[in-house]
Ligand binder design. Sequence first.
Ligand code: CA
Length: 361
Amino acid sequence: MQRRDFIKKAGAVSLAVGAGLAGAGVAHAKPRYKWKMVTTWPKNFPGLGTAANKLAALIGEMSGGRIRVKVYGAKELVPAFEIFDAVSRGTAEMGHGAAYYWKGKNEAAQLFSTVPFGLTAQEMNAWMYHGGGLKLWTELYDRFGLVPAPAGNTGVQMGGWFNKEINSLADLKGLKMRIPGLGGEVLKRLGGTPVNLPGGELFTSLKSGAIDATEWVGPYNDLAFGLYKAAKYYYYPGFHEPGTTLEALINKKALHGLPKDLQSIVLTACQAVNQDLLAEYTARNPIALETLLEKHKVDMRIYPDDVLKQLRKLSGEVVAELADKDAFAKKVYDSYSKFYRRAKRWSDISELAYLQARDKA
Ligand code: CA
């Protein structure tokens, strides 16, 4: 009876194995789980898609094959921007994406991915794991029957690809640019038109003129999409995405239906991939940058100082307005901004001071 309940709990796809031998075999039978992971990325896309693959493989290996996770690229099972709902309703047990895609669910979701002129990757991980960030994120996604976990970070991104020079804020006026999250909101305040498109549609949209400009991630990913073939100028820094946390979405019922050891394996695998992807970007971005500059002769530019200064002021206003959206958004904003002030003070005399010292040496 006990065993039957066990199997029932594990769902239709799981099978108890090792039950062939009477007695002993039954006692050691462990249920197996087949999960689906839907993603917002093109299948196998360098860094983003491969991190999802790595996460699935890691869960399989760490669990000794007790959980098998099959990964689906955008549109394979559901479109990119429908993965949140798909995992929420249990069409898939897991998803891999970024929280700023879900601002329609709650504006505060954006704070769990990245904020213009906000926390860096290192600071973001600190807020998530040791500063209350993940706790708030969990509270928000619980409303949707989901459990979130940081599962990758891009580090500082690039500003984006433009077909005209950006010499003043006026050059951003009237610009139709693919730029998600709060960065998009900043562009809107400047008279631009932010659009959100899945990565897989960027090259064609830019090439055809459906959009005037786009940001994506950084050299490693931008090279993979061939964006240098569709735009003249490559601007930096990505003020709008200083350390974007990618997310694993996990269906809460599916996660809590697992034995405790497997729940821990799923969440620990997310944390491992969260760290690993940042290392991968840090290693591969400089190599791809070399290719873009030396082989493809890309015209790389830095945003002018006064443009950055004004963007920073405007970003502060846009982010602060989140606190007025609803009580929960205020709670997340308060936690984020309090952490930001403290983290910045420390980063200024550690990372920043060191980088400046290294530069002068
Ligand atoms: Ca981006």
